[in-house]
Design a protein around this ligand. Structure first.
Ligand code: PLP
Length: 391
């Protein structure tokens, strides 16, 4: 019997080494990584500054406990609040945990408002994690199935539909928060109307609801701003970040401002590992590298490059439904299920992903060269064209 649980359908490849946008398998073959470990290794693999920070910190101090002050955690909180416009931070180890903290803050907010049975508005096709509360919030039935009873009182509405939430406000007196992704990642790289977040901000202000943004995938530069809500010039009340923050060293954070920043008090929430010196020092090195190497600008350049490249290759191809690009979140939706493209790309030594059944998803690292970007555009376009020609 296999000694690993069977919860993953793994591809038949194992990597042992990485550098920049390249990975090498156990046979020494090189692959171009257009997925970054699902929006995690944004600076590429074995980034020199990040590696140096990890090594230095490992030789100095790895873990103490949140019972004590943690210097790098304080520095990271200062840095993240100044980059995002938020006021304070709770550090944890993953995206789901950051969202759990966000949901717990919404519950405490409900206590303040004397609402005993609070509801949180969430969206269809959303993904918020695999813990019981976050899978209950998730808008994908496959992720919930088998895990009932769910955490109650997440109300699902269509994504990019503010009117649907306004209508809910007429009848539901117990709503305390709206929780959305600025771009849905797992749900198929769904990009809402340019003013969706602005309208949600206005509605939440009118109703005195918390606006809670799940930026676990969109944050840390992925869309060309530090956080995607900076495209809209608004601030949420709470935001969760994780994936890109540690470039592969596990770390998540829940950031809050205003009333949401005052809800936790000693004993209301906690974690053993969260925000330890190693993870925080690594995240500081990640943020410094993005700044020093002007990588937000590079994300925007590469984004434009991919957008024109894929439009040139694919816009006239029958069966390509839409090409969606926000920063380095790229979705190419076909008119049919296309999961087999992942294996076909692997055979050509390119790592891609298919999500929501029919959408090819690319999340390449920010340090990609122009010629690597061109190679991705040509390989993916070629695969799509031959796939569609045969189906
Ligand atoms: C990946 C992801 C999560 C879950 O993060 P984990 O670290 O896997 O728990 C939650 N929300 C969004 C939008 C994500 O992309």
């Amino acid at each position: 019997m296999a000694t690993l649980m069977s919860n993953y359908a793994r591809l038949p490849v194992t990597f042992t080494k990485g550098e920049g946008a390249l990975l090498w398998d156990t046979e020494g073959r090189a692959y171009l990584d257009a997925l970054s470990g699902i929006a995690v290794c944004n600076l590429g693999h074995a980034h020199p500054k990040v590696t140096a920070a990890i090594c230095e910190q490992a030789q100095t101090l790895v873990h103490t406990s949140n019972i004590y002050g943690i210097e790098h955690q304080r520095r990271l909180a200062d840095k993240l609040t100044s980059l995002t416009g938020m006021e304070n931070s709770f550090f944890c180890n993953s995206g789901a945990e950051a969202n759990e903290a966000m949901i717990k803050l919404a519950r405490l907010y409900a206590r303040r408002k004397n609402i005993p049975n609070p509801a949180i508005v969430v969206t269809n096709q959303s993904f918020h994690g695999r813990t019981l509360a976050t899978l209950s919030a998730t808008g994908n039935p496959k992720i919930k199935q088998g895990f009932e009873p769910l955490v109650p009182d997440f109300i699902h509405v269509p994504y990019n539909d503010v009117a649907a939430i306004m209508q809910l406000a007429q009848t539901q007196q117990n709503i305390v928060a709206v929780m959305v992704e600025p771009v849905q990642g797992e749900g198929g790289v769904n990009i809402p109307a340019h003013d969706y977040l602005n309208q949600l901000r206005t509605l939440c202000d009118q109703q005195q609801w918390l606006l809670m943004l799940d930026e676990i995938q969109t944050g840390i530069g992925r869309t060309g701003q530090w956080v995607a809500y900076q495209h809209n010039q608004i601030l949420p009340d709470i935001v969760s970040l994780a994936k890109g923050l540690g470039n592969g060293v596990p770390i998540g954070v829940c950031l809050a401002r205003g009333i949401a920043a005052e809800l936790f008090s000693p004993g209301t929430h906690g974690t053993t590992f969260g925000g330890n010196p190693l993870a925080c020092r690594t995240a500081l090195a990640v943020l410094e590298s993005i700044e020093q190497d002007n990588l937000l600008q590079r994300v925007n350049e590469l984004s434009a490059h991919f957008e024109t490249g894929f439009a040139t290759q694919l816009s006239d191809v029958q069966g390509v439904q839409s090409i969606r690009v926000k920063g380095l979140m790229i979705g190419i939706e076909l008119d049919q299920a296309c999961a087999e493209l992942v294996q076909q790309a692997l055979a050509q030594h390119l790592l891609i992903n298919v999500t929501a059944g029919n959408t090819i998803r690319l999340l390449p690292p920010f340090i990609l060269t122009d010629s690597q970007a061109d190679k991705i555009i040509l390989t993916v376009s070629g695969l799509i064209k031959s796939f569609l020609a045969m189906h």
